[in-house]
Structures are given as structure tokens and as C-alpha cells.
Design a protein around this ligand. Structure first.
Ligand code: HEC
Length: 136
């Protein structure tokens, strides 16, 4: 299961690389609108650098699996969340994800995610684009 997800991630990564090389997107099959391809690729790189060390699917015990997080209730996977996260009563959408990426501690006070948040608005937008198009 986990290895299937992992290999799918790498296939997706290959598609992004092709798109960046200008080889994809001509056949109309690319899931990512061409004008979003660069943002999604940057977002994927940020994800690998800043989020995957904890959130990587095959190491799922450290942090909740983020596949399909947009549209899902906060704190609703089988991960063993902090009481702060369990008490949340909202559904992740692009706005709440943006806000969380900027100020994780303000959006969910006392949560256990050891991450400071991104000052850079474009980094947040890129990560949201990656989640929107590649982490369905
Ligand atoms: C140091 C490890 C760590 C890093 C780095 C990290 N996270 Fe997390 N993340 C966690 C943990 C642990 C939780 C659960 C927190 C809790 O239960 O209080 C969490 C929770 C979340 C949730 C809520 C998931 C849900 O099911 O409601 C989202 C969304 C999220 N992280 C996104 C990200 C993104 C995007 C990044 C990269 C920018 C990131 N995280 C970086 C450890 C991490």
C-alpha cells in the first residue's frame, strides 16, 4: 500500500519534470494546467524539502498522511493527533491551508507540528498549488 503510493509519487514527479522540460501539456492529458505547472513543481520541491521528512507516506507514523488533505476534516486520519488537533472542527480548504502554512501555531494553537511557517507568500501559494493538483 505505502510502496504503491510512493511509486505513484515518483511517477507524478516524472510528469512534472517532463512538463518543466516543455514536453508535456501538448496532448491535453496533463492534469495540471500549463500555467500552473511551474508553481506546482516549485511546491513539490518545497514539500520534499520542508514537509516530507515528517509527512512522507512511508514514514506515516511521524505525521498524518497529507494525500487528499484538501476537502478533508482537520485531524481526521488515523494518525495519533495532539488533543489540540483532535478538538478542531473545520475542513481543510485552500484558505485554511494557506493560513496554516503561514502561522501553524495560530491556526491550531498547541498543535505538535514542529514547524515555524512560511513568511514568503509565493512559497505558500506554490505549496497550495502542489496540494491542489498533485496530492488529491
Ligand atoms: C517536524 C515534523 C513536521 C514538519 C516538518 C511538517 N509537519 Fe505537518 N504535521 C506534523 C505533525 C506531527 C502533525 C500533527 C500535529 C498534531 O497532532 O498536533 C502535522 C499536521 C499537519 C496538517 C494537518 C493534517 C490533518 O490531518 O488535519 C497539515 C495540513 C500539515 N501538517 C501540513 C504540513 C506541510 C504542508 C508541511 C511543510 C510545509 C508540514 N506539515 C511540515 C509534523 C510536521
Amino acid at each position: 500500500m505505502a510502496s504503491g503510493r510512493f511509486s505513484r509519487m515518483w511517477r507524478v514527479y516524472g510528469v512534472v519534470v517532463l512538463a518543466a522540460a516543455g514536453l508535456a501539456g501538448c496532448d491535453g492529458k496533463a492534469a495540471v494546467p500549463q500555467e500552473m505547472a511551474a508553481a506546482v513543481e516549485r511546491g513539490e520541491n518545497y514539500f520534499h524539502d520542508y514537509c516530507a521528512p515528517c509527512h512522507r507516506p512511508e514514514y506515516g507514523a511521524f505525521a498524518p498522511n497529507l494525500h487528499g488533505v484538501l476537502g478533508r476534516d482537520a485531524g481526521s486520519t488515523d494518525f495519533s493527533y495532539s488533543p489540540a488537533f483532535k478538538a478542531q472542527d473545520f475542513t481543510w480548504d485552500e484558505d485554511s491551508l494557506r493560513a496554516f502554512l503561514q502561522y501553524p501555531r495560530q491556526v491550531v494553537p498547541d498543535n505538535r507540528m514542529a514547524f515555524f511557517g512560511f513568511e514568503d507568500e509565493r512559497m505558500r501559494e506554490d505549496i497550495v498549488a502542489f496540494f491542489k493538483y498533485k496530492m488529491k
